[in-house]
Design a protein around this ligand. Structure first.
Ligand code: FES
Length: 268
């Protein structure tokens, strides 16, 4: 884990409330694995916000990392207003990322809105490792076309890209999980693994689908974190694990095997 003050070299809107930011922190980039995150804090002064977690979206080992974020409140509004050339405090890489191991032949990645952020890093890392990306499919979902992000990045890796929006403005009309179900029902070659990140309803549905088809599923939790290092206990995730009712998204995750999660308690 590295703490450093780093220059932000790019910060621009990529459509609607979504922004992309490049941060010059090559030492953090050199250690980062897909699914890990960084804590970001602005450089003090009026309106500076507390540190917040962001998935590492892309990793350029000699330059630093890219973040993809959605403006949802005061802190991210302040972040979006920052000018390139300014400085940020960065801590990372943090947490446990996706487990890829060996023997992954065919995967499905499912991203809801800005939940695609860590999946791009994962897809690019798999492609660099020589995985045949033509056997992999990414499912992108959102309420409307503005929420469909990074389609070209996934396509550049060689993956098939499937899109669904709830209003039908891009791709199939409906939920992205329904598109996945249709593909699984009509396809003899099920994926070896599902990787997912997105809203709670989506990842809970993916757990049910993955169980139904007997496919392991790794999900990345998008949750509020205060410290990012296991000190505040503010990111508890209920799990089905003997005497230990909770794990913590920041140090035990943010990526978990979906079968570990106590979804009923989580959704209460
Ligand atoms: Fe503090 Fe996880 S964010 S324990």
């Amino acid at each position: 884990m590295i703490r450093q003050k780093a220059e932000m070299t790019v910060n621009h809107c990529v459509g609607g409330p979504y922004y992309r930011m490049d941060v010059a922190c090559p030492d953090i980039a050199a250690d980062a694995e897909p699914g890990q995150f960084v804590m970001i804090r602005t450089d003090g002064g009026e309106g500076a916000f507390l540190a917040r977690p962001f998935s590492i979206h892309r990793c350029h080992k000699e330059h630093g990392i890219t973040l993809l974020y959605k403006v949802v409140g005061k802190g991210t509004r302040e972040m979006a207003a920052l000018q390139a050339g300014g400085f940020l405090y960065v801590v990372g890489p943090l947490g446990k990322g996706f487990e890829t191991g060996s023997g992954l032949g065919r995967t499905a990645m499912v991203g809801g809105g800005v939940g695609v952020a860590p999946l791009v890093f994962l897809a690019e890392r798999l492609a660099e490792a020589g995985v045949g990306m033509e056997n992999n499919t990414v499912y992108l979902g959102g309420a409307t076309e503005t929420d469909i992000l990074c389609r070209d990045r996934f396509a550049e890796t060689g993956m098939a890209v499937r899109v669904a929006t709830e209003d039908g403005s891009d791709g199939e009309k409906g939920l992205v999980t329904d598109v996945l179900i249709n593909d699984l029902a009509g396809n003899a070659s099920a994926p070896d693994m599902v990787f997912a990140c997105g809203p709670l309803g989506m990842i809970a549905a993916l757990d049910r689908i993955a169980r139904q088809y007997g496919i392991p599923c790794q999900i990345s939790f998008e949750t509020m974190m205060a410290c990012g290092i296991g000190a505040c206990l503010g990111c508890a995730v209920p799990v089905n694990k003997g005497s230990m009712p909770y794990l913590h998204a920041c140090k035990d995750g943010p990526v978990f095997d979906s079968r570990m999660i106590d979804w009923k308690s989580l959704q209460k």
